[in-house]
Design a protein around this ligand. Structure first.
Ligand code: ADP
Length: 298
């Protein structure tokens, strides 16, 4: 099998006594869009900043392109595009100047004409005016500058920390389209977010992180299909309280003759339980990730 693009091996980071991340192990394969999901404070930025060697791990190790993140940092960064969760710039610069300046960091390994071409293409796609001064840009437009900056040297790996904050829905859709196009070219993407609905449509696999620790790594389809179903049932008569308490059922709510709950387990057990009621309506669907997420955090 090909070497994963990113491998974390018990990666741990403490800020003094404060836990940042603890024993994180997972890998991201070439060409996938990998979602890194968790609420604020879970440790997403800490993981990303450690991977980029902006901060150093307390213990454990990680590799990008099979190279050690600390020892081979300079080499790795030539082929990584990074969008930090908060972007800060020299306010008096124009977008064009800033982007050319960023591109110049890659002049030893990349073709500058190609970077320039990419800059124009990306700015056009995101409707970003390269002649504007940074200080005149809205938060969303600054974010776009960060996106272009992270992509103009055509990196093999994109690491995006909460990339969509501040983008309006139209731009968000365009940005996702851009990410998909990059993936088609073979680019690998690690994408952090606390908004699951974003990830659900974009990512192949996700890692869920909570309190600095990994809760689960799975494909989006496995997360949705193999874990929980949302069931909504209506019966002819009143459903007795507690009727749906039992194995595999969570979050049951019964109101008169209707009930809703999450189910995980053997679907035949569910059907026989439902068969004892005289139903007038039944809906079984895949819950969205937001709902599953609530479950993991309960
Ligand atoms: P996320 O990106 O998921 O919101 P962070 O990685 O920013 O989470 O934070 C993880 C934990 O590490 C939090 O408890 C946070 O308070 C702590 N933390 C992050 N950065 C620092 C820092 N520079 N100094 C001390 N603690 C920090």
């Amino acid at each position: 099998m090909a070497t994963p693009v990113i491998t974390l091996n018990k990666l741990t980071k403490y800020y003094g006594k404060t836990r940042g991340i603890l024993d994180l192990s997972f890998s991201v394969e070439e060409g996938e869009i990998f979602g890194f999901i968790g609420p604020n404070g879970a440790g997403k930025s800490t993981t990303i900043r450690t991977l980029l060697s902006l901060i150093y791990p307390t213990s454990g190790s990680a590799a990008i392109f099979g190279l050690d993140i600390i020892k081979d940092r300079v080499k790795i960064l030539q082929d990584v595009g990074y969008l930090p969760s908060e972007v800060f710039y020299y306010d008096s610069m124009r977008v064009r100047e800033l982007l050319r300046y960023s591109a110049s960091f890659y002049k030893k390994t990349k073709n500058m004409e190609e970077c320039e071409r990419r800059m124009h293409e990306l700015c056009e796609l995101l409707e970003l005016d390269i002649n504007r001064k940074i200080e005149d840009l809205s938060y969303g437009n600054r974010k776009k500058v960060g996106i272009v900056q992270g992509m103009l040297h055509s990196p093999k790996l994109l690491i995006l920390d909460e990339p969509t904050g501040g983008l309006d829905p139209l731009m968000q859709a365009r940005f996702f389209e851009l990410i998909r196009r990059e993936r088609e070219k073979g680019v690998t993407v690690l994408f952090s977010s606390h908004i699951l609905s974003e990830v659900q449509n974009l990512c192949d696999r996700v890692a869920i992180i909570r309190d600095g620790q990994l809760v689960q790594v799975d494909s989006i389809s496995a997360l949705r299909e193999n874990t929980y179903k949302r069931v909504y049932a209506e019966a002819e008569g009143e459903i007795p309280a507690g009727y749906f308490d039992g194995d595999g059922i969570t979050a049951a709510e019964i109101q008169g003759n209707s009930a809703t709950f999450l189910f995980s387990g053997n679907i035949n057990d569910l059907l026989s339980k439902l068969a004892s009621l005289s139903l007038t309506n039944l809906i079984i669907e895949e819950p969205d990730l937001e709902e599953l997420f609530m479950h993991y955090y309960r």
